[in-house]
Design a protein around this ligand. Structure first.
Ligand SMILES: *Cc1c(COP(=O)(O)O)cnc(C)c1O
Length: 406
């Protein structure tokens, strides 16, 4: 089958609108090609991608080494299911554990599934290891969290739109304000098995918690024998200038969920990482996924991790992140309340009277920059980690007039 199409953006948008469920409101840009930090629409216009597919494309679009791994593995053997073994999975496990320092991996596909895996592991650990009475396990999460869209995951969301109309919800979750360690301490009971937290809330609006918050959460979890689960699906794998955002505070969670950039954007690959004690609660048949840990995913994941490290993308996220944040702050726009973030996960929060971030994102699109509003008032700038100083200079020349316009 030939995938190339001669249809215009307008015609392709009409097809999407007619035949597809309207569960997104995308910018009206129809992309057909990508390379590094750049993408092109079907009319041939070029854009700097400042979303990176919500950080799934940290390694840049269509990275040649990851692409080669995909093509070679696809030609050899895409899927076995876990009913049989394959020659990529063990290597993927080993390389992931050696890179992250965790003892065990449970591979899945989407981020939400990795989160579900972490929650299932925590509950079973609670019953089998901690000794919580059956059916009584409690998990604490934070207001403003985002962890995906399954019914269990939205059951602990504080966002009305993510929940409304989708009940009844999975019980067993409690919410505490993000960044408030005292509230966490007060919420812990003898039945608490886990605290799940994003080290920086991405979808919540690039919210960076106060210094020391994760360290205190770590201490509280240790003291009360509660698993600390860090959802690093968006913040992990270099985005914030460290392998994991928790590394900024020297915090080692008991469980980490990763996804998104684990494939460099080629394929859904996610995982829960933890110890033998925690992931050891799963016995054959307890949990699984037809595609989880398939050889294509494993080969892609191996290559995605390799290029992240060998091409020093995490180091680049540190220097380019600092530079991008500085240049954004220098614009001194009357609409901007704050520029914040870590590494290349940057949020520009607008004042409420600026009329929302959407119009700014649309104006940026016209000038060749793709960014997406997160919540109503925040523009997120999260380009691929391969961005250069010259790319940022190019972007600032276009972002400045948009932020300075009335
Ligand atoms: C994107 C995201 C998820 C969900 O990942 P999906 O692949 O969309 O299911 C979970 N947690 C965080 C922090 C995310 O940013």
């Amino acid at each position: 089958m030939e995938t190339f199409t001669n249809l215009s953006s307008e015609e392709l948008i009409a097809l999407e609108d007619r035949y597809g469920a309207h569960n997104y409101l995308p910018l009206d840009v129809v992309l057909s090609r990508g390379e590094g930090v750049w993408v092109w629409d079907v009319e041939g216009n070029r854009y700097l991608d400042c979303l990176s597919a919500y950080s799934a494309v940290n390694q840049g679009h269509s990275h040649p080494r990851i692409r080669q791994a995909l093509v070679e593995q696809a030609a050899r053997l895409p899927l076995t299911s876990r009913a049989f073994r394959n020659d990529q999975l063990g290597l993927f496990y080993q390389e992931l554990c050696e890179l992250t320092g965790y003892e065990m991996v449970l591979p899945m596909n989407t981020g939400a599934e990795a989160v579900e895996t972490a929650l299932k592991a925590a509950r079973k650990w609670g019953y089998e290891v901690k000794g919580v009475p059956d059916g009584q396990a409690e998990i604490i999460a934070c207001t403003g969290n985002f962890a995906g869209r399954t019914i269990t995951v939205i059951s602990f969301s504080s966002e009305p739109q993510y929940r409304d109309g989708f009940g009844p919800y999975t019980p067993g979750f409690k919410l505490v304000p993000f960044g408030d360690a005292d509230a966490l301490e007060a919420a812990i009971t003898p039945h608490t098995v886990a605290f799940i937290v994003e080290p920086i809330q991405g979808e919540g609006g690039v919210v960076v918690p106060p210094d020391g918050y994760l360290r205190r959460a770590r201490e509280l979890c240790t003291r009360h024998n509660v698993l600390l689960i860090a959802d690093e699906i968006q913040t992990g794998l270099g985005r914030t200038g460290k392998l994991f955002a928790c590394d900024h505070e020297g915090v080692r969670p008991d469980v980490v969920t990763i996804g998104k950039a684990l494939s460099g954007g080629f394929y859904p690959v996610s995982a829960a990482l933890s110890s033998r004690e925690v992931l050891g609660v799963f016995r054959p048949g307890d949990h699984g996924s037809t595609f989880g840990g398939n050889p294509l995913a494993a080969a892609i994941g191996r290559a995605a991790l390799q290029v992240l490290v060998e091409e020093r993308m995490i180091e680049n996220a540190v220097t380019m992140g600092e530079y991008f944040q500085e240049r954004l702050a220098e614009i001194n726009s009357p609409h901007v309340r704050e520029v914040r973030g870590r590494g290349l996960l940057i949020g520009v929060e607008l004042k409420p009277e600026a009329g929302g971030a959407r119009r700014f994102c649309e104006a940026l699109q016209e000038r060749g920059i793709l960014a997406k509003e997160t919540h109503r008032h925040i523009i997120r700038f999260a380009p691929p980690l391969v961005i250069t100083r010259a790319d940022i200079d190019w972007a600032i020349e276009r972002i400045a007039p948009v932020l300075l316009a009335p």
